[in-house]
Every structure is written in structure tokens, then in C-alpha cells.
Design a protein around this ligand. Structure first.
Ligand code: CP
Length: 321
């Protein structure tokens, strides 16, 4: 990725495509801005006029429940107009190219694209090929990045643990295919977490995962020792090109989070999952629904964090226009 495509010349956010290349100060500013929006959910009027008159297009070429709806709610709470493009019923299904779809939406004078696409780099491609006043936010591209998910995860961790420099975090499951894990590892390292571990069978670990900034473990007994934050991931079967596991039962036995395995971590460790969760595959229902789980808090926090990212990026676009 071009180092500063997502930043203006003076280092401000224009697009949000990846955590890569963003400073600790900028990540902390996103978390602080999100904090200022979080209190709005308690108010009777849940709107601010920051993006009044702006049009935001949700362009989801892959399925989504949490990300698409929280982006829509975030945009609505910022008073923007929102277009949700249903790709299944759009001209994409008649063979229109991505670039032609973008050109046609640009002709409607829109201001921001929120993009989810199965191909890594799709959001960056759109940012490089859109009109200069349009901001692009990556809502998940292939196996590359899901930076807004990582930021809402950091926000949720901060709510419970305050000081990143004292934290040992374990990300468990299908690391190989996970854009979420890649973005979380980058964010945790940028925020100077004490230790980031990934726990998975060898077949689900990227080669040289240490270079990404995480220490690999092949079993839960060692990997969960002294851990403060546990992040479970689902098996991304849609991205597996061959049989990488003997069976889901065997996977659950070795890597599924059960009460016995949770007991290895610190007594106050929190349990996270970006969703969708597969109960009985990577996590036991009794943990997913327990007081140790902050999974639904992650979903709620997605609104404030996405409000922060959209408003910061759009403000900087306006400054450049
Ligand atoms: N966490 C996440 O990206 O969920 P969705 O696929 O439902 O958006």
C-alpha cells in the first residue's frame, strides 16, 4: 500500500483503509473521538449535524450483519444521507465493472464510499480511482484488513483494561484467513501492547507470523497462560481452498474456548469475538453468554467508533476541497 494514501500532507485522516502506517497518536485520537460520541446513545436525541448534507454509500460486495448496519446507524447519527447498494440486485450482476459502478455513483455527487469486498486491496483501488473529494472507508477487503473492526475492538479493550502497555492479548483461531486478526495485530502493536500472541493449529497460521508482530503458539495450555484479553475467531470456511482441519469436533476439542481452557487465562480476562460466532465450534455457549464475554459490547461500540472515523475523514476532505 502507498504509505500515505489515507493521510493528507499534514498527517490527517482522509481515507481509512488499513491500520498500517497510522501513528499511535492518530489511533488514540480515534478512540478519544469515539468516546465523545458514545454518550449520545443515552440521550433522547441521538443525532449530531456533523455530516448534514453529505451522502454516504454503503457498497457491500460481501455479506455483513454487524458492519453494514452499524455503519448505517453511525452515518444516520451524524445526520448524513445513506445509500445502501444491494449488490445482488445492482448492475454488478449484469456485468458492470467496479470502476463503472464507482463512476456512476460519483455522478450522483456522493461524498463517501464504505466498501466491503472479497478482493484484498479493493478499497484502496476505489480510493485511488475516486474523485478527490470522496473519502473511502474499508469495511473489510479479502484477507487484508478490517481496520474499523480493529478500532472498535481496541475501544472495547480500553473500556475494560485502560493501559495497553500492561496487556497480554491472545488471538485464537483461523489467523491465516483473518483480515480482522491482521488489523488487530497492527493496532495492538501500534498501541504498544505488552504482548500479542496468536494461537492456532499450524495449518491456520500464516507463514512467518512473527513478522506481523505476534508470537505463535500451537496449543491453548501454553498460549492462554497470563492472558488479559482473549479474542476468538471463527473458521472462515468460505476462504479455505482445501481441508485444513481433520474435523470441527477435533478443532473444538483442541482450540475451542471452554470453561476449562478459559481458567488458564488471568481470572479477570475478557473474552472477545468480532462475530459472527459459531457456538460449539470456536466457543462454548456458556462463555459466549457469560459475564466474561464483551462480544455484544463490541457491536454497540461499533457505532461510536465508526462515527468517529467517518467524521474525522470527512472533515479532512472538506479542509482539502
Ligand atoms: N465482524 C464483522 O465484520 O461482522 P459482519 O461480517 O457481520 O459485518
Amino acid at each position: 500500500m502507498k504509505q500515505n494514501l489515507q493521510l493528507s500532507d499534514d498527517g490527517k485522516l482522509k481515507h481509512f483503509l488499513s491500520i498500517e502506517g497510522l501513528s499511535r497518536d492518530l489511533l488514540l485520537k480515534i478512540l478519544d473521538t469515539a468516546e465523545s460520541f458514545a454518550g449520545m446513545t443515552e440521550q433522547s436525541v441521538k443525532k449530531v449535524p456533523l455530516l448534514r448534507g453529505k451522502t454516504i454509500v454503503n457498497l457491500f460486495f460481501e455479506n455483513s450483519t454487524r458492519t453494514r448496519t452499524t455503519f448505517e446507524l453511525a452515518a444516520t447519527r451524524l445526520s448524513a444521507d445513506v445509500l445502501n447498494i444491494n449488490i445482488a440486485t445492482s448492475a454488478t450482476s449484469k456485468g458492470e465493472s467496479l470502476l463503472d459502478t464507482i463512476r456512476n455513483l460519483e455522478a450522483m455527487h456522493v461524498d463517501m464510499f464504505v466498501v466491503r469486498h472479497a478482493i484484498s486491496g479493493a478499497a484502496q483501488f476505489i480510493a485511488e480511482n475516486s474523485a478527490s473529494h470522496i473519502s473511502v472507508i474499508n469495511a473489510g477487503d479479502g484477507q487484508h484488513a478490517h481496520p474499523t473492526q480493529a478500532m472498535l475492538d481496541m475501544y472495547t479493550i480500553k473500556q475494560h483494561k485502560t493501559d495497553f502497555s500492561q496487556l497480554k492479548v491472545a488471538i485464537i483461531g483461523d489467523i491465516l484467513h483473518s483480515r480482522v486478526a491482521r488489523s488487530q495485530i497492527l493496532a495492538l502493536n501500534t498501541l504498544q501492547a505488552e504482548e500479542v500472541r496468536v494461537i492456532a493449529p499450524k495449518t491456520l497460521l500464516p507463514a512467518q507470523v512473527e513478522c506481523l508482530g505476534a508470537e505463535p503458539y500451537l496449543n491453548m495450555k501454553q498460549g492462554l497462560k497470563d492472558i488479559d484479553v482473549i479474542i476468538m475467531l471463527r473458521l472462515q470456511k468460505e476462504r479455505m481452498k482445501s481441508a485444513l482441519l481433520p474435523s470441527e469436533n477435533e478443532y473444538y476439542k483442541c482450540f475451542g474456548l471452554t470453561p476449562e481452557k478459559l481458567a488458564i487465562a488471568k481470572a479477570d480476562a475478557i473474552v472477545m469475538h468480532p462475530g459472527p460466532i459459531n457456538r460449539g465450534v470456536e466457543i462454548d455457549s456458556s462463555i459466549a453468554d457469560s459475564h466474561r464475554s464483551v462480544i455484544l459490547q463490541q457491536v454497540s461500540n461499533g457505532i461510536a467508533v465508526r462515527m468517529a472515523i467517518m467524521s474525522m475523514a470527512m472533515q479532512n476532505m472538506e479542509a482539502k476541497a
